[in-house]
Ligand binder design. Structure first.
Ligand code: FAD
Ligand code: SF4
Length: 530
């Protein structure tokens, strides 16, 4: 008969921080840690292979590091014979074995998992103590207070509060460094026609033996799932995450702001940090990230516009998005203000399309588990928004394919920011654009058989067609939004014949599962996966 433990600390796959509140008072002689790899977490959405691999690899490294520190870690591997495949089932097995007096958990990042853990504890007749997540600058209560009495939320107000409260990038008088809170106007440049030049390659993290074992396991267990594992190269420990941060600060932060929105074929990383997954798994503390970026400005390594732009993403957007998630869940997952009902095009799972920008963004997403913000917002998200795909389907795709996808951050970005399905709660207007935006910000259109200037006809760019079609379908709603007035006015300038041709072309795209009719969509797949 084994000795029962005092506290069993539950650690989920995105809670890999030994300093988390759940470990306050942890006594290795009396307490134990519980972790489980379960199929359910890779199957509730069709989780891509790189995403599952990253979670499992980081979890195993955390387990090994804690065991080396002398902690008891009750851990179920995915292929353990008795594995029930669910968190609740695995917890029940561990409780039967360890007979803890109490369960302790840091606030989960995902509404579904929080409820599941509460229900599981209740079913086992055990007290579950849920402790605040100290990872974030703002607590859930801070955000609730910020939101109190506001009909609409806007990042800018919250971001300024965060800067003041946490004393980030302030001058001696307590005002914003350089006199402005936001330097976004300086951050919207594309690359010249000759391209981005020689880019600093990000630090590499080749899989060690632990990660290699996970890659083999995932390839076997989730063979039919989307995504590829050959290029797996993500930091999976806190030490690696810190090295990734240092590498970004030194080599890419200086160029981050200026080219933040730019895209270039075959260049997935550009000046981006690749830190979202390490942050979301809690391998990295956002305070450390923000301090390192501010330090780069103070030491003259990086310009203010880059540093402010980067800090706004972490201290502003990341925290704002989390606040919105917890304020609006569970109903937020079901909102559909624009009544979008279309299915997600099948090519989102394969990259098989003649539209170069989508082929690039989806191809890179499937092979790396990564696309940068503008690819997510202004290529894939823009397309599903204007096509009219049901937001829930879009949300499931994003949650499945990105290595950094966890629901608290993915869902509001998709539902609110990208699909405008919350009717403007998170962002004041829908992000819509013609193919000309993509032409300005990338080199994709140069190699594409469609013409971003054309809205109808055989070679019309589907983004341009769907842009006008979207305006027309939602004209009444958009006319009431002052930020959309100019775009709605331009629609009125189109001749009735042109509007009819656009309508027909848009209907044909919809009838062809989101691909422009007549396109040779299967022919590009070999190139994509070469
Ligand atoms: P960088 O471009 O280097 O940015 C720095 C950091 O800022 C990121 O690592 C991230 O932690 C934070 N950040 C930037 N933008 C946002 C934002 N809008 N919301 C929250 N944090 C932000 N981010 C995720 O972490 N997980 C997701 O599942 C996710 N899904 C998204 C879905 C859509 C439709 C959109 C438009 C954005 C999504 N984002 C998501 C936000 C953003 O695109 C990614 O954080 C970023 O692309 C990750 O790459 P990076 O680490 O190189 O980021
Ligand atoms: Fe994308 Fe249209 Fe440009 Fe082709 S022409 S790359 S579909 S925006």
């Amino acid at each position: 008969m084994n000795k029962s433990v005092r506290n069993l600390v539950l650690v989920l796959g995105d809670q890999l921080n030994a300093d988390a509140s759940a470990f306050d008072g942890f006594d290795p002689a009396a307490d134990a840690v519980w972790m489980a790899e379960v199929r359910e977490e890779s199957e509730h959405v069709w989780s891509s292979q790189p995403r599952t691999a990253l979670f499992l690899a980081a979890m195993r490294h955390f387990r090994d590091e804690r065991r080396a520190a002398g902690w008891m870690v009750n851990y179920t591997e995915l292929d353990a014979i008795a594995n029930t495949g669910t968190l609740a089932g695995e917890l029940a097995r561990a409780v039967a074995f360890l007979r803890p007096a109490r369960l302790i958990l840091t606030e989960p990042g995902d509404w579904r998992v929080w409820r599941a853990m509460e229900n599981a504890a209740e079913g086992l007749g055990l007290v579950l103590e849920v402790r605040p997540d100290r990872h974030f600058f703002a607590t859930l209560e801070d955000f609730r207070i910020h939101a109190l009495g506001r009909k609409q939320l806007r990042l800018e107000y919250f971001y300024r509060e965060q800067r003041r409260r946490h004393r980030v990038l302030l001058d001696a008088s307590g005002g914003p460094e350089g006199g402005e809170w936001n330097y976004d106007q300086e951050n919207r440049e594309g690359f010249p026609k000759t391209g981005p030049g020689v880019l600093p390659a990000p630090a590499a993290f080749p899989p060690d033996a632990t990660t290699q074992a996970v890659l083999a396991l995932v390839a076997r267990y989730f063979k039919g799932h989307p995504g590829r594992l050959e290029s797996f190269d993500w930091p999976v420990t806190p030490a690696e995450a810190r090295r990734a941060l240092a590498d970004f600060i030194q080599h890419r932060l200086p160029g981050f702001g200026r080219h933040q929105d730019a895209m270039w074929a075959g260049e997935p990383w550009l000046y981006h940090s690749r830190l979202a997954a390490a942050l979301n798994l809690k391998l990295l503390d956002p305070r450390e990230v923000v301090a390192a970026a501010e330090g780069a400005y103070r030491s003259g390594l990086a310009p203010l516009a880059s540093v402010e732009g980067f800090i706004r993403q972490i201290l502003g957007w990341r925290e704002y998005i989390r606040g919105v998630y917890w304020l609006r869940m569970p109903d937020y997952a079901a909102v559909n203000a624009l009544g979008a009902e279309a299915a997600l095009p099948a090519f989102f799972w394969t990259g098989e399309t003649e539209m170069t920008c989508l082929r690039e963004a989806i191809g890179q997403t499937l092979s790396l588990g990564y696309a940068h913000h503008i690819q997510r917002l202004m290529v894939t998200g823009l397309y599903t928004l204007m096509l009219g795909v049901e937001p829930k389907r879009v949300h499931e795709w994003y949650l499945a394919v990105y290595v950094d996808a966890v629901e608290w951050v993915e869902l509001p970005n998709v539902i609110g920011m990208s699909q405008h399905a919350d009717g403007g709660f998170l962002a004041s207007k829908p992000y819509i654009a013609t193919g000309k935006y993509i032409q300005r910000m990338s080199n994709h259109c140069a190699g594409c058989r469609f013409d971003p200037a054309k809205a109808s006809g055989e070679d019309a760019c589907p983004f341009t067609t769907l842009y006008w079609d979207f305006l027309e379908r939602h004209e009444a709603r958009l006319a009431a939004n002052p930020r959309m007035a100019l775009q709605v006015k331009n629609l009125a300038r189109l001749a009735p014949g042109a509007r009819q041709a656009i309508r027909e072309r848009a209907a044909a795209i919809r009838a062809n599962d989101g691909n422009p009719p007549g396109a040779q969509n299967g022919t590009r797949q070999a190139a994509l996966f070469d």
